[in-house]
Design a protein around this ligand. Sequence first.
Ligand SMILES: Cc1cc2nc3c(=O)[nH]c(=O)nc-3n(C[C@H](O)[C@H](O)[C@H](O)COP(=O)(O)OP(=O)(O)OC[C@H]3O[C@@H](n4cnc5c(N)ncnc54)[C@H](O)[C@@H]3O)c2cc1C
Length: 306
Amino acid sequence: MISRSLLLYLSEQEGLKDFAARFKLFKKLTTRFVAGENIEEAVEAIRLINQHGCTASFDHLNESVNDEAEATAETEEYLSVLARIDETGIKSNVSIKLSQFGLKIDPELAYRNAREIVRDAARRGNFVRVDMEGSDVTQATIDIFKRLRGEFGLNDVGIVLQSYLRRTMDDAHDLLQIPARIRICKGAYKEPAEVAFPDKKDVDDNYVRVMQLLLSSGTYHGVATHDPRMIEATIDYVRQNEIGKDAFEFQMLYGIRRDLQEKLAREGYNVRVYVPYGKHWYPYFMRRLAERPANIWFVMKNLVKG
Ligand SMILES: Cc1cc2nc3c(=O)[nH]c(=O)nc-3n(C[C@H](O)[C@H](O)[C@H](O)COP(=O)(O)OP(=O)(O)OC[C@H]3O[C@@H](n4cnc5c(N)ncnc54)[C@H](O)[C@@H]3O)c2cc1C
């Protein structure tokens, strides 16, 4: 049985990317989770998402930025995305990863690049979500977010917390003081037991507790999950506490549970679909397989046939 941890390990092996990309069919299968290789393909995907009553968030895939020039190119890509959102009138904001802007080279570089994006988004009345990455950069990400939030408004920039991390409840209390808009998700990286709950039950219990704290805060937050039990817990909680359907949004990934995305939108909930695009799809795609190892058999069967 191919395990989640093996798939997460493979997702970190950059060398396998080129090998995988050689299989045309493998690449074709990625289109289930990745909207395309360039902005225009992502725009078309978002138009369809909007037609089904959901909003979106652009995510340019590139987790292997190793020098300043690449970090600058990522910044320019996101400035183009923000301009394209205005030009096309699609309903979308953007999600960024600080490692794309140079976090692992120099945190000041990542801060300066992220600041440029947030400033442009704020000027356009749009919003930037700072994604959360591995636990080696959790504190650095929160620190940069707090600097950005100090300079820009609640509706200009937000952050992500992961319920698998033991520290997350404390971070949620801390960030709500500012206040800050938070996306709660379970967390997608391979983490040691010292920092993350190894048992799914603890991750889920923490998810529900953090979701309840966020939704009681009066700030607009994102509840990111495809887990029907987490969605049900959220709906139960808002009903019991008379929290409006417009006081928060559900968030899901492109290509995952589209039926559920559209159903929730029809029921009057705000639903945002996170739309990844770009040439560097490999680690993202492997993390999606890790979440549902059953999908690996589907991929392998098709590779063998191809
Ligand atoms: C909008 C959004 C943004 C995110 N941003 C981040 C981030 O910044 N940082 C980060 O670490 N992680 C991020 N994630 C990923 C997240 O942490 C989880 O890895 C991912 O969402 C899987 O967890 P889950 O809550 O969907 O439930 P899981 O516990 O993975 O799955 C529970 C149930 O959900 C359903 N399900 C899950 N996956 C699938 C699938 N592929 N196909 C069909 N059904 C499925 C199944 O019923 C499954 O039993 C984000 C996720 C979303 C939706």
